[in-house]
Design a protein. Structure first.
Lengths: 401, 319
């Protein structure tokens, strides 16, 4: 069912690990050269930058070719004819993606990924055109079919090609499914949660068979996405992100949802983060731990709006102090264990790969930080308001540059 | 065969020692599991949240709190951060040096960001330099450059480069007859100053690992500047020089990327170059089909060229 052989992917993983260990001087030159020969994979991979550029240009080529086709051929095409053409393009794109992998042995090369992405887009466009041209189908039914097919096809791509973002796309498509069954927002959110929970049960059952192999990473990421998805669907205050001014000020507790549903979600928002963190820690799963950390912070940030309490300008300071305190105390606690290890966890230095990623990220964040830390002052603020977030961005880069 | 099976096999074959096998097996199993990345992210997020709240509080409640309390608090915080950094820092070395303590980098960030808030407050409250923001930004940039080189910190270096960019930008925003042309000239000057400084410092072996940051920032600012020159001009006599500059910079970026195996520069050359050249070529095409045909042909050509580059580099790496 999977497009890549397990042996190829294991070899590729072994090759990457060897490179990492060699970079950290854990292998001698002779050892590395010998082992490198033993881990030559038939799969063609490329650098992350070339991968992104190849993805970009392939999407441009496919989109332009499709546009050209309709410009040259389309002379009063009906919606169903247009839809059929899009479905044909979806098949062609998908076949080309499979061909690029089976014949070209491309692996995370950008080209096959772009073709797979285009096939999903064409499938959705085709179905929209076909169903909108058919008066027998209501708009809601058409939307349901498109979402459903999008979900199923994205999941297929995730399974077949191993593209992590296809799983995220499937989750996003699934968000629109319940609209067909019920107009109630509370019921819709409950159904989405049930769908994600079902996904979680499946992933949990499967991933136990893939401990320490090349698929562990994929299932770990899928589980983290599902936990995060459940949390985000349950957090009713995050949907108010369109109106941040309302979100910041005192908000009414009831809103459009019933009181029972509202307070149940509030209780669940406090239950989920410890549950996710516990699971992540138990499995020693970095992605699930990250999901737990994100949900914990979001719960702290959204608690006041949930309760309808007034937020204060110093709330972020308190949050910052809490985060730093947790990090410092946890590090100290771990460091006090035997050889700096407690229950299989350590706060010792991260791997070279993580160090490099953190270094690059801190350079990028350094450029963006002045904008991030100087929010525009509130309406009711006193006279001292022209300086922040206006001209200078607090000593960082200017608005002009 | 999983990685653990492979390690067992290599140990049996004598390619790796039993100690290495044990070490690599524990690394594959992530035993012990390092929480260092997560703890660093928590510290970073904590400092950012704290400074955001501090800035917000100062800007909102400046009247109620009073200038003395605000300046005193910010100055104390600043002094505490500076004291921590200077007392904990190891002796300066021109080479890459690790942070002396796990909190060090974050205290340094905090100090830098509090400095920004205090400076903004002082100017807005007391108008010491009568709105001469340029000088504040220049002073901030110089201070951050000093801190970045003294304490070997890339985040602070990025803050310094960002502040310097602000200084150039602010000079332009006050330019009596503001024009994009003048703006571009200053952007080019910024690239020249930063690029030459980075190269000289690298040549002098003063924190040579910073050079990548300089180069990436210069490349992006330079490409954006050149593209803005191309976007703005319609006649060949006006954009010709910008086109020439684009081709030269693309060639330089591509060569650098290929020689140094820094593929980000190959990507810059491909994407920025394609956008710039396509803008000029497509500008006068009125026929929709011809325009789409152009994109089909050129994007496929780009894919082929990039695949050739990727394959060639793959071969060289194996050999």
């Amino acid at each position: 069912m999977r497009l890549y052989f397990a042996s190829d992917q294991e070899t590729l993983r072994a090759h990457r690990l060897l490179k990492e260990w060699n970079h950290e001087d854990l292998l001698s030159k002779e050892q590395y050269e010998r082992l490198e020969q033993e881990t030559v994979s038939e799969l063609r991979t490329t650098n992350v930058f070339l991968r992104l550029v190849l993805l970009f240009f392939t999407i441009v080529a496919v989109a332009a070719a499709t546009g050209l086709f309709f410009t040259l051929i389309d002379r009063g095409f009906s919606d169903s004819a247009t839809g059929t053409c899009f479905l044909v393009f979806a098949v062609l794109s998908y076949t080309a993606a499979e061909f690029a992998v089976t014949q070209g042995r491309l692996y995370r090369y950008g080209i096959e990924e772009a073709l797979a992405i285009c096939s999903v887009a064409f499938l959705c466009l085709g179905l929209v055109s076909l169903l909108s041209g058919n008066s027998h189908h209501s708009e809601r039914a058409a939307f349901f079919v498109v979402s459903g097919m999008g979900t199923v096809f994205s999941l297929w791509l995730w399974h077949r090609f191993g593209l992590w973002y296809a799983f995220a796309a499937a989750m996003i498509f699934a968000l629109f499914l319940p609209e067909y069954w019920t107009p109630s927002h509370a019921a819709q959110r409950s159904i989405i949660c049930l769908l994600y929970a079902a996904g979680l049960v499946c992933v949990k059952a499967i991933r136990s068979r893939h401990r320490f192999d090349y698929l562990e990473h994929d299932y770990s990421l899928a589980e983290a996405f599902l936990w995060l998805g459940i949390y985000l669907v349950l957090n009713l205050k995050l949907s108010a992100i369109n109106t941040p001014s309302d979100w910041w000020t005192k908000t009414s507790a009831g809103s459009e949802f019933g009181a029972t549903f509202y307070w149940t979600t509030w209780a669940l928002l406090w239950c989920l983060p410890p549950l996710i963190l516990t699971r992540g820690v138990r499995l020693k799963d970095r992605f699930v731990i990250a999901a737990g950390m994100i949900t914990t912070i979001l719960t702290l940030v959204t608690n006041k709006p949930y309760l309808g309490w007034q937020r204060h300008t110093w709330d972020p300071m308190l949050l910052g102090i809490v985060l730093v305190a947790v990090a410092v105390l946890l590090r100290r606690w771990l460091a006090q264990g035997q050889d700096g290890v407690r229950h299989g966890f350590t706060a010792a230095n991260m791997s070279a790969k993580h160090k490099h990623a953190f270094g690059v990220a801190s350079s990028v964040f350094g450029l963006l930080t002045p904008h991030a830390i100087t929010p525009a002052p509130q309406q009711q603020s006193p006279k001292f308001e022209s300086g922040f977030g206006g001209g200078s961005d607090g000593g960082g880069s200017s608005g002009d540059f | 065969m999983t990685m653990l099976d492979r390690l067992e096999l290599w140990k049996t074959q004598g390619t790796i020692s039993p100690e290495q096998q044990a070490l690599f097996s524990s690394l594959v199993r992530e035993e012990p599991f390092s929480l260092s990345l997560e703890l660093n992210i928590l510290l970073y997020a904590g400092v950012l949240a704290f400074v955001a709240g501090l800035g917000w509080t100062v800007s909102t409640w400046s009247q109620q709190l009073g200038a003395v309390l605000i300046v005193l608090t910010l100055s104390l915080l600043l002094a505490a951060c500076a004291w921590y950094c200077f007392t904990r820092a190891t002796a300066w070395s021109p080479a890459e040096t690790p942070a002396p303590t796990h909190l060090f980098d974050y205290v340094l960030y905090l100090g830098c960001l509090v400095w920004c808030i205090e400076l903004a407050y002082l100017e807005n409250r007391f108008h010491i330099l009568s709105g001469q923001w340029d000088l504040y930004l220049l002073a901030t940039a110089l201070l951050f450059f000093f801190r970045a080189y003294r304490f070997d910190n890339r985040f602070v270096l990025s803050l310094a480069l960002s502040s310097l960019a602000g200084w150039f930008g602010f000079t332009i925003s006050r330019w009596p007859s503001f024009q994009n042309g003048a703006y571009r000239e200053y952007a080019l000057l910024y690239c020249l100053v930063v690029g030459v400084s980075g190269a000289v410092l690298q040549r002098l072996k003063l924190k040579p690992h910073f050079f990548g940051t300089y180069l990436n920032i210069v490349a992006n600012v330079l490409f954006w500047t050149i593209l803005s020159g191309i976007f703005e001009h319609e006649d060949f006599s006006e954009y010709g020089l910008w086109l020439l500059a684009l081709l030269v910079v693309c060639g330089g970026s591509l060569t650098w990327g290929l020689l140094r195996r820094q593929f980000a520069f190959v990507a810059y050359a491909a994407v920025y170059g394609y956008i710039g050249v396509s803008t000029i070529l497509v500008r006068n095409i009125r026929d929709e089909a011809a325009m789409l045909m152009y994109f089909v042909v050129t994007s496929i050509a780009m894919v082929v060229m990039l695949v050739v580059i990727a394959r060639r580099f793959g071969k060289e790496r194996q050999g």
